[in-house]
Design a protein around this ligand. Sequence first.
Ligand code: FAD
Length: 434
Amino acid sequence: MAATFYKYIILGGGVAAGYAAREFASLGVLPGELAIISKEAVAPYERPALSKAYLFPEGAARLPGFHTCVGSGGERLLPDWYAEKGVELILSTEIVKVDLAEKTLASSFGGIFKYGTLIIATGATFIKLSDFGVQGADAKGIYYLREIDDADSLVEAIRAKPGGKAVIVGGGYIGLELAADLIINKLDVTMVYPEPWCMPRLFTSEIAAFYEGYYQNKGVKIVKGTVATGFESDASGNVNLVKLKDGRELPADIVVVGVGARPLVSLFKGQVEEEKGGIKVDAFFQTSVPGVYAVGDVATFPMKIFNDKRRVEHVDHARKSAIQAVQHIKATEKGTSVAEYDYLPFFYSRSFDLSWQFYGDNVGDSVVFGQTDPSVPKAKFGAYWIKDDKIVGAFLENGSPEENKAIAKVARVQPPVTSKEALLASGLEFASKI
Ligand code: FAD
């Protein structure tokens, strides 16, 4: 089969792809020069919506409402936009073989694509319990969430089991957001996670206590310090019981698992340098192979502010890394350059009427300030992380846009801290004065 050539190919059609396409269009791309190849059937969209408003019982978010680039307040790129710009959207097409030396991609249908420049934006996929050999983990009724098809299956299951029992396996942000969605859908929800508190990778025990208390007040049951070791199913193969390591058993009509993700790098194994589980890139998202870039969840990049190399699985970085790579591609063509990527980590989550933001790094000592009683409506509290006598990270629940900007600034500026007591007493005001 003859190969189809594009000057630029973006492999993957998620968040990074959408923002990269917009940047290409704004910097100038001729019709037919750029293609996005995606195994999903829809144009790029803001993936975080899937564990939030997509699952609401009423007024749920649906495409085309959340195509990129609305998530950061930009223009929504509908499928027509790609057509108008002459950007080829090659959907429902999985690339199964990549030859970076030959600059060729092969699809599962036998299609061959050649490129001048490649942007790898394959993102990540969920880790499955069957990957760990958990007994019965392939039963029907056990759901994972990454793509819109997964979300549609979950919506169907929620509708099919009104008032049913749901078990959420995993206490990270996906687990927390899903627990909120399911209880809003009037299911009977139990969360199970092995750690002593939820979101242990970010939250301190004090921060977690607020969210756990809030969730429990909403009716979510929480089982901590144990894991799901097996599932039982009925005669039709539908899950009906979750067995825990500590011997307890939880009846279940639906199980939703959020135990982490792994970057989709296997297509490139042995062809490109890797680091820390991702594709190694420089400050412009160039990989070790000339003309090949990697952005978003798959890239391990220099985190200048911490003088470190990291891979980040968050939407803000997916957007910004895509923009940086395209700007570098275009600058290089003109013989100019762009500044190095200087990313300040930013994570957020929303559930119920809660909304938090975090900037920087959660290392060193922490100071938690404000109202941490979950029964107080619209409680506002935050935290600073202090390392080497400087603030390196800041967290805020229920912040206004200005307050969130202030905590972002404090994490970026890294002001010195002489007294933790004074910091605690000053709380959010400390950030507002920076
Ligand atoms: P993705 O958006 O995952 O896109 C990858 C694309 O590549 C997909 O379209 C995939 O189908 C395609 N692809 C992969 N392999 C192939 C192949 N071989 N051939 C063709 N196509 C391929 N982050 C936050 O900061 N805040 C949040 O609240 C938040 N909520 C989230 C909720 C959910 C349910 C999920 C799953 C993620 C959430 N994230 C959140 C993380 C955020 O969505 C990701 O960091 C972001 O989507 C990464 O963008 P990406 O373009 O690198 O990958």
